[in-house]
Design a protein around this ligand. Structure first.
Ligand SMILES: [Zn+2]
Length: 201
């Protein structure tokens, strides 16, 4: 097999959810594609990271030439802050079109075993948002049910207490509806119900 093809298969195999057989099929698909498609495809990959940055308010992803994301620029309810782990989780919740809150994306959960510590996550911006409002605020932890999120939740609770926010901050988490699913795999009705029936912690 030509070296270029071997290299391409090897690169594609590094992608998650792709087995070697699928990698080979994809490589042959690309080999048989027209040059314009290949140019466009490779250019998009090259520019992917260069053209994207994080929204300075919620840490969602935006185009580099934008100041702030659409959600943060819309007139949303600042007293409801939905905390999610990934940008993708925010998109899943937004798809339901029924919640008018703002978001805060942490981009991970505390996980010392994976070398992810408190200082690696965007907690400070979250506490800044809370301090700024000084009104009754609800923090909705729309997170996946796992050990990492238990640690993350405990940290948030502890900081809310320590910083004197407890009087005006209520923390809720999704109801049991979602206990065995990750957010991204939940169907719309399950997700909406788990959010509507969220419980205070
Ligand atoms: Zn934003």
């Amino acid at each position: 097999m030509p070296e270029s093809l071997v290299k391409l298969i090897s690169i594609i195999s590094m992608l998650p959810w792709i087995w070697e057989k699928s990698a080979t099929k994809l490589a042959f698909f690309l080999l048989n594609s027209n040059q314009n498609y290949l140019n466009n495809f490779s250019q998009n990959i090259v520019e992917l990271k260069q053209n994207i940055k994080k929204c300075p308010s919620c840490y969602g992803l935006i185009d580099k030439n934008k100041e702030i994301c659409d959600i943060c620029s819309w007139n949303r309810n600042n007293n409801l802050i939905c905390v999610v782990e990934e940008y993708y989780d925010m998109l899943v919740i937004e798809k339901s079109w029924i919640f008018d809150w703002i978001y805060h994306i942490l981009w991970w959960a505390i996980s010392p075993i994976n070398w992810i510590f408190i200082w690696d996550l965007n907690f400070e911006k979250l506490f800044e948002k809370i301090a700024k409002e000084k009104n009754h605020i609800e923090i909705i932890l729309a997170t996946n049910p796992n050990i990492e999120w238990e640690a993350t939740t405990q940290y948030i609770l502890q900081e809310i207490q320590k910083r004197g926010f407890k009087k005006f901050v209520k923390i809720t988490r999704l109801s049991r509806w979602l206990s065995s699913w990750y957010l991204e795999y939940a169907d719309n009705i399950t997700l909406i119900n788990s959010i509507k029936e969220r419980k205070e912690i």
